[in-house]
Design a protein around this ligand. Structure first.
Ligand SMILES: [Zn+2]
Length: 237
């Protein structure tokens, strides 16, 4: 996976914290290399967490704050919240237009997003919002954002069209690519722990995710003790 020729990367995720599980180490590598990274969050994660005493509208603002703090840990300060409802994300023209709009504003060479199809080996990873976000993002990358005739009469059509070169799918399977994040592990962990409203047992989480990221590295033949994130890289040129 080459970072050369990449100036801007857009990360499109369904919920606050998805990027920190799947790609924050890679994001830290990118921002360290001088790449501008922008986060686009489809929902505010209102349906997340375990505390019944927190009103859901309040949860939305808590989660935006947590994601903003987590982003800063890995060098990201530009976040766009689309405000769709957590648990209700659908692949429709409304969402495709919202994501196309952000692609046309940011003009990224690379978009990082979620698997657009169900992975039967991962129940949690295959949350319907993740699948819908991945598929709507793929539709926005091609054809919508690059088609100058898409969404006529809207503010999206007022922006110049833009073609994304590659999409990196988090937790990619079938020919996946791997990024060594060993040097970024502490930052990634701090970012993940910013989502305090979601972690009932932070210590157990730390242990579980360490094993998880080391397992990805081992599967891909990285030296013992390494940690990694994996992606399916899709050429969309
Ligand atoms: Zn999620």
């Amino acid at each position: 996976m080459q970072f050369t020729d990449i100036e801007r990367v857009l990360v499109v995720m369904a919920h606050p914290d998805d990027v920190d599980f799947g790609a924050a180490g890679t994001v830290a590598n990118l921002t360290d290399a001088g790449v501008e990274v922008v986060y686009c969050l489809v929902t505010d994660g209102q349906a997340g967490g375990f505390d019944h005493t927190i009103p859901r509208e309040e949860m939305a603002s808590i989660r935006r704050q947590e994601q903003t703090k987590a982003a800063a840990e890995v060098g990201v300060t530009d976040l766009r919240f689309l405000g769709h409802m957590d648990g209700s994300v659908e692949v429709d023209l409304h969402l495709r237009q919202d994501i196309s709009m952000v692609i046309r504003q940011v003009r990224p060479q690379v978009v990082i997003t979620q698997m657009p199809v169900r992975n039967l080996a991962s129940t949690y990873g295959s949350h319907p919002d993740h699948i819908a976000t991945g598929e709507a993002t793929m539709c926005a990358v091609y054809p919508d954002a690059r088609n100058p005739f898409a969404f006529p009469g809207t503010s999206c059509a007022d922006l110049a069209d833009w073609s994304v070169d590659e999409v990196w799918i988090t937790f990619g399977v079938d020919g996946d690519d791997v990024v060594d994040i060993t040097a970024q592990l502490e930052r990634k962990m701090r970012a993940l722990l910013c989502h305090e409203s979601q972690h009932r047992d932070p210590e157990a989480l730390v242990e579980r995710v360490h094993d998880w990221w080391q397992g990805i590295a081992a599967t891909h033949g990285l030296p013992e003790g390494s940690s990694a994130e994996s992606f399916r890289v899709v050429d969309t040129r």
